[in-house]
Write a protein that binds this ligand. Structure first.
Ligand SMILES: C[S@@+](CC[C@H](N)C(=O)[O-])C[C@H]1O[C@@H](n2cnc3c(N)ncnc32)[C@H](O)[C@@H]1O
Length: 199
């Protein structure tokens, strides 16, 4: 992939989790809050039509030259008029905590997911309680090992480090917004939500 440097970070680590959820028959995908566009590029290697949206014009300008076969869109995923037909895959990494209301954001991403399609959200939240802190210790060890062996790469997308919700709060909000959603706490300071849209 030309344009954007390829390396490892906590978001790249979970691309495989997203790609493994892509249904075999998927033809369209959306990367919401694409940043430097690395997930969009990985999705494009699996799916024929990929749309990548980000509200920050600067990071999108850096992502765009990397792939001419991705539809790069500058806009707010909550309000932008995206293609009328929903997407077979909707993915979003480290982005939903940027959005004003988590439940509304998850419902919006769910609405953008085609019947029978899959939504995967990898997100960030605050630790609260022993189980979270134990997972953070595992994450700290993984971070030290992987950043040395895989080569840490700092992405250039805007970040927000004040996470509005704890992991438990995110889990509860997601269960209401996306009935049947599958929850996983991930070591590298992330969680995963996987939701299959009813066929
Ligand atoms: C921490 S970065 C993550 C970028 C990328 N997903 C990754 O894995 O590196 C969060 C991204 O969400 C984008 N973002 C924030 N609010 C957004 C919105 N309302 N619509 C689209 N993108 C948004 C930011 O501009 C930023 O690029």
């Amino acid at each position: 992939m030309a344009g954007v440097a390829r390396g490892w970070n906590h978001n790249v680590q979970y691309h495989r989790l997203v790609l493994d959820a892509v249904p075999a028959r998927a033809r369209t995908a959306l990367d919401a809050g694409t940043g430097d566009g690395l997930l969009a590029a990985d999705l494009r290697d699996r799916v024929e039509h990929v749309t990548a949206i980000d509200v920050d014009a600067g990071v999108l300008d850096r992502a765009r030259p990397s792939r001419s076969d991705v539809d790069w869109v500058a806009g707010d995923v909550m309000t932008h008029a995206l293609p009328a037909a929903p997407f077979d895959v909707v993915a979003s990494i480290a982005t939903v905590h940027h959005l004003p209301d988590l439940g509304t954001a998850l419902r919006r991403l769910g609405e953008l997911t085609a019947p029978g399609g899959v939504l995967v959200v990898i997100g960030c939240a605050r630790s609260a309680g022993p189980a979270d802190f134990a997972m953070d210790v595992v994450g700290a060890v993984q971070h030290r090992v992987y950043s040395r062996t895989r080569g840490w790469w700092e992405h250039t997308a805007p970040v927000r480090l004040d996470f509005p919700h704890t992991y438990a709060q995110v889990r509860a909000i997601a269960a209401t917004a996306l009935p049947g959603v599958r929850w996983r706490r991930l070591p590298l300071f992330r969680y995963a939500l996987t939701w299959s849209a009813p066929a």
